[in-house]
Each structure stands twice: as structure tokens, then as C-alpha cells.
Design a protein around this ligand. Structure first.
Ligand code: NAP
Length: 260
């Protein structure tokens, strides 16, 4: 059976549990014919254990996106497994506790800087580190949480996501002439490790369940995975700098659903 990612070689970041959006993408991508290489941060043995749960166990390369040495050697490490790549998923975010949970007016700059470095600047760092591996064009995809408005408790992570969304446009500008598309998927809330570290995250869960016109599952990452896979495939050849919402339609409506 042919898949939309047949023959594609993908570098996928951000896998730490089976709930990770990165895991959902890696699984669906393999089902669609892709060859996958994962990166792991810090707890490599844990990532390696999760990597074995994919339909085809995937190799894991160490990558802290804030570590210049890791970024410098990324291309050589990837070449030990594949001779080049066609697509990259950035699925990385972190903000220190003081930057989340309703402390917006008191967060120190150092913690804001960490959030922006890991969650936004790293999109550029990963893209440029992967560039030598991308021969004839390709596709880079990242994951955001709609930064066009202020949310409860999301605080400086929301500001970091606004920076990520802007970086997406600038990367699209600079990578376009190389034939590389750069796009974000704006996902609705999912119960991942990153989400659980946000105090008050339940507010999103409740709002989405009530408002999303299509309804929304907090535990099924496949809708996000399918959209990412489509952007990594050849199905969007003229789309770049885009933010594709995969949120059950939440962003398009202003108040709760009324049942008819
Ligand atoms: P997750 O499973 O916790 O994944 C986040 C990943 O980022 C983890 O693997 C984490 O590694 C990694 N990471 C943190 N700092 C890093 C660094 N310096 N270098 C490399 N990797 C680093 O959570 P997720 O929800 O799937 O998050 C993936 C992406 O989806 C994030 O950009 C997130 O903002 C976005 N997103 C999530 C939701 C949601 O509701 N869950 C909604 C919209 C968008 P460790 O765990 O080992 O620290």
C-alpha cells in the first residue's frame, strides 16, 4: 500500500512519552511510509525505550536545542542513519515554572529568556542545523498553541509562541529560495508532559470540550499527526509561512456551542 510519506526521511524531535505529539507524528509518518530518526533531550534511555514502541523502532540522536555542540554535530549524527532528510518536526517547548500559571507580572527576565530560547529561537537553530542534510528542498514543521490572543495561565509561554509564529514567517522567507517550506500546526490542548507542567491547564481542557465546533479529544494526537504529515508530504507544494489550525475549529468561534 502506498503512503503519503513513501520514501521520505524525517527528523523528529520532542518524543518523551507515547502521548508526545512528536510520538504521534513519528508513528503516523512510519505508517505512511517514512523513515524516521528521533532526537532526544537529556533522558536518552527513556526516549530510546519509547522509540521501540513505534511500528519500526527508530534510532535516537542526542539533541539539546540550546547546546551549540549538539547542533554542530547534528548533521553528522543523522548521516550515521540516513544519507539526508526531507523533513523536520520541531516539537519542543519549555518554560520555567515562574513563567507559567498566572505569575506574568513577576516573572524574571532570565526565565522569560529561557522560555523564548528553548521554545522559539530553537526553531531557527534546528532548521539551520538540519539544512546541510536537506538536498532538493523539503519541509520543516513546528507546533504552536494559538498565540494570537492572551490565555489564562499560559503567560510567557504564550509570548514565546508568538515569537515562534513570527520566526515561522521569517524562516519561510529565508528558506523559500532553497525550496524548503516552513509551516506551523496550531494544535488544541493535549494531555502531554509539557501540558501537565502548566498549572491550571484544565481551563483549556474544559473550554475546548465545550466550544470546539467539531468537538475535541484531549488524548488523541492523530488529528495533529495527520496535519503534520500532510505538511511534510508533497501535498502542500506551494504553502509556506502558514499556521494551520488543528483545534476542532475552536479558533473560529467566540462562545460555547449551543446544542441543536
Ligand atoms: P512533550 O511530550 O512534553 O514534548 C515536549 C518535548 O520538548 C519533550 O520531549 C522535551 O524533553 C523537549 N524539550 C524541552 N527542552 C528541550 C531542549 N532544550 N532541547 C530539546 N528538546 C527539549 O509535550 P508536547 O505537548 O508533545 O509538546 C510538543 C510541542 O507541541 C511543543 O512545542 C508544545 O508547545 C506544542 N503544543 C502542545 C500542545 C498541548 O496541549 N500539549 C498544544 C499545542 C502545541 P523533556 O521532556 O526530556 O524535557
Amino acid at each position: 500500500m502506498s503512503g503519503i510519506l513513501d520514501g521520505k526521511r524525517l527528523l523528529i524531535t520532542g518524543v518523551i512519552t507515547e502521548q508526545s505529539l512528536g510520538f504521534g507524528v513519528a508513528k503516523y509518518a512510519q505508517e505512511q511510509g517514512a523513515e524516521v530518526v528521533l532526537t532526544g533531550f537529556g533522558r536518552l534511555s527513556l526516549v530510546e525505550r519509547i522509540a521501540k514502541k513505534l511500528p519500526t523502532p527508530a534510532p535516537v540522536i542526542e539533541l539539546d536545542v540550546t547546546d551549540a555542540e549538539h547542533l554542530d554535530r547534528l548533521a553528522d549524527e543523522v548521516r550515521k542513519h540516513v544519507d539526508g532528510i526531507d523533513g523536520v518536526l520541531h516539537s519542543i517547548a519549555y518554560a520555567p515554572p515562574s513563567a507559567l500559571g498566572g505569575n506574568f507580572l513577576n516573572t524574571p527576565w532570565e526565565d522569560v529568556a529561557t522560555a523564548v530560547q528553548v521554545s522559539a529561537f530553537s526553531y531557527k537553530s534546528l532548521a539551520t542545523a538540519a539544512l546541510p542534510l536537506m538536498g532538493n528542498g523539503g519541509s520543516i514543521v513546528g507546533l504552536t498553541f494559538d498565540a494570537s490572543q492572551a490565555w489564562p495561565v499560559y503567560d510567557w509561554m504564550g509570548v514565546a509562541k508568538a515569537a515562534l509564529e513570527s520566526a515561522n514567517r521569517y524562516l519561510a522567507r529565508d528558506f523559500g529560495p532553497k525550496g524548503i517550506r516552513v509551516n506551523l500546526v496550531s494544535a488544541g490542548p493535549q494531555r502531554t508532559m509539557a501540558a501537565k507542567s502548566i498549572p491550571g491547564f484544565e481551563a483549556f481542557e474544559e473550554a475546548w470540550t465545550k466550544r470546539a465546533p467539531l468537538g475535541w479529544s484531549l488524548t488523541d494526537s492523530e488529528p495533529v499527526a495527520k496535519a503534520v504529515a500532510a505538511l511534510l508530504s508533497d501535498l502542500f507544494p506551494a504553502t509556506s509561512g502558514e499556521i494551520l489550525h488543528v483545534d476542532g475549529g475552536f479558533h473560529a468561534v467566540g462562545v460555547e456551542r449551543t446544542e441543536k
